[in-house]
Design a protein around this ligand. Structure first.
Ligand code: RIB
Ligand code: NA
Length: 309
C-alpha cells in the first residue's frame, strides 16, 4: 500500500490542567478544569494529516496498558493505519502532564515511557511503510537514532522528509539536518539550535540561514501569532507568511497542526507552491488554537472551507 504521509514518532497521553497562571517552583495552585487527551507530537501530526484526508500510517510504540489500547483505537477512529504501532511490556505509554494558563500558553512535562523503546531496528523492520510513503515526518520525542534511521531510509528511496526538531536539543546530530527536505522548528527550538534570539521575522531569517548552512534544503520557522518564515537553500530572501489574527484559547499542539497539515498539502497537493501550502497550514493551525485541547482542537475536512481542501 502507498501512503501519503507516514509518521515515525511519539504517542503521549496528555493530562491537561487549565490554570489561572502557571505555577512557580515550589508553589501549589488550584486548576479550574482537567481533561485527558491523545497527544504526542508524532500522533498529533499524523492525526492532523489524516483528518485533512491524507492516507496515513503511524510507526510508534505504546505500553500494554489502558492508555496504549485507547491510543490504537483513537488512531483507527481517525483512519490512521496502525499495522506498525506496537505494544510493549517494557514501559508504560508516554504521558504528558500539561498546564494551560488563561492566555492559552502552556508548559509541558513529558514522561516518554514506551516512546523510547521504539528502536532503529524496529524502524528497519517496518521499512516498507516508509519506502511507500510520499512524505515522512519525524520529531525528537523518540530516540534520535530512531528518527535518523527513518529519515535515512526515506532519503534512500526518494521520499520527501519533514523534520520537526521538537523538543529541541542544543546538540543535534548533524546528519539530521542533511536528511531533512523541510526542517521545521518553532521560534524557541530555532533559538536553542542556533544560539540566536528568534523573536522577530528578521531574526528568524538569520536563524534560518544558519540552519540551511547545516544542510537542510528548506527551513520553516513557526513564529506563533507572527506566522512563519520560510527560506530555502536556493533563494536569497526568506518568505514571511503572516498568521490570521485570532484570540487563542489553547495553543497546545498548534505546531503539530501546522506540521501535519503541511505534510498533507505537500503529499496530496503537489501543484501548490510551498508558500501556499504554508499559508494553508498556518490557517489550519490558527483554527486549532481557538479551541481547547490538542487533537480535540484539530479540524476535520468536512468543517473546512473549500479553498483549504
Ligand atoms: O506538541 C504538543 C504535544 O507535545 C502534546 O500533545 C504533548 O504530548 C507533547 O508531546
Ligand atoms: Na488547541
Amino acid at each position: 500500500t502507498e501512503f501519503d504521509v507516514v509518521v515515525v514518532g511519539s504517542c503521549n497521553m496528555d493530562l491537561i490542567s487549565y490554570v489561572p497562571r502557571l505555577p512557580k517552583p515550589g508553589e501549589t495552585i488550584h486548576g479550574d478544569k482537567f481533561s485527558l487527551g491523545f497527544g504526542g507530537k508524532g500522533a498529533n501530526q499524523c492525526v492532523m494529516a489524516a483528518r485533512l484526508g491524507a492516507a496515513t500510517a503511524m510507526v510508534a510504540k505504546v505500553g500494554e496498558d489502558v492508555f496504549g489500547g485507547n491510543f490504537i483505537q483513537n488512531f483507527k477512529d481517525n483512519g490512521v493505519n496502525v499495522d506498525h504501532v506496537q505494544e510493549t511490556k517494557e514501559a508504560s505509554t508516554g504521558v504528558a502532564p500539561i498546564a494551560v494558563n488563561q492566555d492559552g500558553q502552556n508548559s509541558i512535562i513529558i514522561v516518554s515511557g514506551a516512546n523510547l523503546k521504539l528502536t532503529a531496528a524496529d524502524v528497519r523492520e517496518h521499512e516498507s511503510v516508509i519506502t511507500h510513503a510520499k512524505v515522512l515526518i519525524c520529531q525528537l520525542e523518540v530516540q534520535p537514532e530512531t528518527s535518523l534511521e527513518a529519515l535515512r531510509i526515506a532519503k534512500q528511496h526518494g521520499v520527501t522528509t519533514i523534520l520537526n526538531p521538537a523538543p529541541a536539543e542544543a546538540t543535534l546530530d548533524p546528519e539530521l539536518y542533511k536528511l531533512s527536505d523541510v526542517f521545521c522548528p518553532n521560534e524557541t527550538e530555532a533559538e536553542i539550535l542556533t544560539g540566536l534570539p528568534v523573536t522577530a521575522v528578521e531574526e528568524a531569517e538569520k536563524a534560518a540561514d544558519i540552519l540551511l548552512h547545516k544542510g537542510c534544503k528548506k527551513v520553516i520557522i513557526t513564529l506563533g501569532e507572527k506566522g512563519c518564515l520560510c527560506k530555502s537553500s536556493m533563494s536569497e530572501k526568506g518568505i514571511h507568511v503572516p498568521a490570521r489574527k485570532v484570540s487563542p484559547v489553547d495553543t497546545t499542539g498548534a505546531g503539530d497542526a501546522f506540521v501535519g497539515s503541511l505534510a498533507y498539502y505537500m503529499a496530496c497537493h503537489k501543484d501548490l507552491r510551498l508558500e501556499e501550502a504554508i499559508q494553508n497550514a498556518c490557517h489550519i493551525s490558527s483554527i486549532s488554537v481557538c479551541s481547547p485541547g490538542t487533537q480535540t482542537s484539530f479540524p476535520y475536512r468536512k468543517d473546512l472551507p473549500q479553498e483549504l481542501l
